[in-house]
Structures are given as structure tokens and as C-alpha cells.
Design a protein around this ligand. Structure first.
Ligand SMILES: [Cu+2]
Length: 149
């Protein structure tokens, strides 16, 4: 009699613990941030978010200098992997661009998102170049590097 009560108590604790773990696991799967579901380990197409930014400074003699940028400036993609690049325009009105070595081109406008699909079968570094700000003489260089490895 005494023995069966002890066993039942152990089972109850075990069952309660198991149930709590299952509920916690279910809640995590239901409410985890969507950022966690875009990892490379899944078979889904990965989305890489970028924005346009701007650096500004004044030189010692009072001259204002600036450079537009893609942020992040370097992204990493697996060879043969398809990714969506979603680029939001924050600084600058318009950034027409192309990706060197591909036929991908587009334009990023302020407060808009531009989406392109990128896939490279060849390893290497692909430059995402803004045609308006390609170098320092045109408020750049606004160039991001897509490293395919
Ligand atoms: Cu630009």
C-alpha cells in the first residue's frame, strides 16, 4: 500500500515534468520569432535583409563629405543556394543597381522594399553596385559583396 503511493507520486512528478516540457516546446514552436526560421539548415529559401544607409562627415576645412552604403556590406551565400535579397531604401531617394556577373538588376527607392532572387553555381565574390553612387566621386562607393562559397 505504502509502496504504491510512492510510485504514484514519482509517476505524477514525471508526468507533470513531461507535460510541462511538451507545453513549453509547443509554445516555443508557435511563438518563436520568424527570424529563427530563416536559417540555412532549413530547405526554405533564405531571405537576407539589407538597407541603404549613409555616412556623413565634415572635414577639417569645413567640407561636407558623404557616402551611401548597402548594409550589411558583405553577405555570405552557399554555392548553389537560392536566396532572396530584400533591400529597403532608407537613405537616398533612388539606388539603381546591378549584381556583377549576373543579369540581376533593379532599383531601391526610399521607404520601399526591393526583392531579387540570387543564385550562383560558381564560387566567388559578386559585387552589388549602385549605378548612382559607384565610387568616391559619386558619394560612394556603394558596393556590397556577396561571397559565394
Ligand atoms: Cu546608391
Amino acid at each position: 500500500m505504502f509502496r504504491s503511493i510512492v510510485l504514484n507520486k514519482k509517476k505524477r512528478i514525471l508526468l507533470t515534468t513531461l507535460l510541462a516540457a511538451m507545453i513549453a516546446g509547443s509554445l516555443f514552436l508557435l511563438y518563436r520569432p520568424s527570424v529563427l526560421s530563416t536559417g540555412a539548415a532549413t530547405s526554405q529559401i533564405r531571405t537576407i535583409h539589407m538597407v541603404t544607409g549613409e555616412f556623413k562627415a565634415t572635414t577639417g576645412d569645413g567640407k561636407e563629405i558623404e557616402a551611401y552604403i548597402w548594409h550589411p556590406g558583405t553577405v555570405f551565400v552557399e554555392k548553389g543556394e537560392t536566396v532572396h535579397l530584400v533591400i529597403r531604401g532608407v537613405n537616398g531617394e533612388s539606388h539603381p543597381f546591378f549584381i556583377e556577373g549576373t543579369d540581376i538588376k533593379g532599383e531601391v527607392l526610399k521607404d520601399r522594399e526591393t526583392r531579387v532572387t540570387f543564385k550562383a553555381e560558381k564560387e566567388g565574390t559578386y559585387r552589388l553596385i549602385c549605378l548612382t553612387h559607384p565610387d568616391k566621386d559619386h558619394d560612394g562607393p556603394m558596393i556590397a559583396y556577396i561571397v559565394v562559397d
